[in-house]
Design a protein around this ligand. Structure first.
Ligand SMILES: [Zn+2]
Length: 360
């Protein structure tokens, strides 16, 4: 009899543990899915204002609330008395607490383990790097290699964030057509690159300057729009590598303070703020216009840009249907100079810049 009780108790315990593990797995999976979904909203915009940043951050750090998802009231429909209901409620709340606590611990441990793994891998990089390079050479078709050459300098960047898995090449700043300089997560600006700048609109502040070769074209577009009763307000132009780095480092520190390892914290930060050297703003080739809200697409200013910007050499750089390729959220406000001819060709082709240059 006693033995039976012990067996029954043990069985109950095993079932309970299995239950907790199953619930925990579901939550972790959901949480990761949500994080990934939110993470895809790679938020260049968050660099620009504190408000935008904190909003994006909220989306990123959202975790499903076990209390909401599990809804013990619904699950315990069969309970007849209040006392029974109370007991069940407290059991559920205990389970929830255990799940939440173990989830936090698991996340922290996973992050630490990842960091250690990466440090170990980073210690022997030459073999892997060699293999990766060979692979690129053998899989590229000649035509693709040709167009890619326009974007890439072919020089693997000595990037300060490579410990977090970022292994970009340097952008080709000497490309025959400078208007096609490609700057993104794969092709970064050298740390010491500072474009020669000029005001695009008279009386603007320094943060609204552009590359001196682009500024006159913005000015031309600004005046043409104004004649149509449209003000293309300059929100953000050139941003230095060092400012981008400060913003990025602050975000890394925030995650490190939450207990994440340096590499994981860096990867998390990169989903919210573009790492230094990867933003077109660091090159002075793009302007954020009027607003940093996606609702900007519903304005007459946006409609004017969609119709006319190509005549002045500007393109919508991060279109809604190209987010997988650009790895940047839809940004109706971000306009990149590529020259009139390229702008018209790109718009007519329906391709984004990466596709147009054949790198993706
Ligand atoms: Zn922008």
């Amino acid at each position: 009899m006693k033995m039976n009780t012990i067996i029954a108790a043990a069985a109950a315990l095993i079932i309970a543990v299995a239950g907790i593990v199953a619930i925990k797995t579901v939550y972790e999976k959901k949480s990761v899915e949500l994080k990934n979904a939110a993470g895809d909203l790679s938020a260049e915009s968050s660099v620009l204002t504190d408000e935008t940043e904190s909003e994006t951050f909220k989306v990123r750090s959202f975790n499903p609330d076990p209390a909401e998802t599990e809804n013990p009231e619904t699950v315990t429909d069969g309970a007849s008395s209040t006392a029974e209901k109370e007991t069940e409620k407290s059991v559920f709340s205990t389970i929830r607490n255990i799940v939440t606590a173990s989830q936090t611990v698991t996340e922290k441990v996973t992050s630490q383990v990842k960091d250690i793994t990466e440090k170990t891998t980073a210690a022997k990089p030459s073999a892997t790097a060699g293999r990766a390079e060979n692979k690129t050479t053998t899989t590229s078709s000649p035509s693709k290699a040709q167009t890619s050459a326009a974007a890439s300098s072919g020089k693997k960047a000595d990037y300060e964030y490579s410990y977090a898995g970022f292994n970009p090449q340097y952008a080709n700043m000497d490309v025959a057509d400078w208007t096609l300089i490609l700057v993104n997560r794969d092709y970064i600006l050298p740390e010491d690159y500072v474009p020669k700048l000029a005001y695009s609109v008279e009386g603007d502040t320094d943060s609204k300057k552009l590359d001196y070769r682009v500024a006159p074209h913005y000015n031309e577009m600004y005046k043409a729009a104004k004649a149509d009763g449209i003000i293309l307000d300059t929100v953000s132009g050139y941003r230095s590598y060092s400012l981008q780095k400060t913003n990025f480092e602050n975000k890394i520190a925030k995650y490190e303070n939450q207990g994440y390892g340096r590499a994981e914290a860096t990867r998390m930060a990169a989903k919210i703020i573009l790492p230094p050297g990867t933003s077109e703003h660091n090159a002075g080739l793009a302007m954020d216009i009027c607003s940093l809200e996606q609702s900007f697409e519903n304005t007459k200013e946006f409609r004017w840009l969609m119709k006319n910007a190509e005549r002045f050499g500007f393109i919508l750089r991060y279109p809604k249907d190209k987010q997988d390729i650009t790895e940047i959220i839809y940004e109706p406000w971000h306009w990149r100079y590529v020259g009139v001819e390229n702008a018209k060709k790109i718009n007519a082709s329906g391709l984004c810049l990466e596709e147009y240059l054949g790198v993706k």
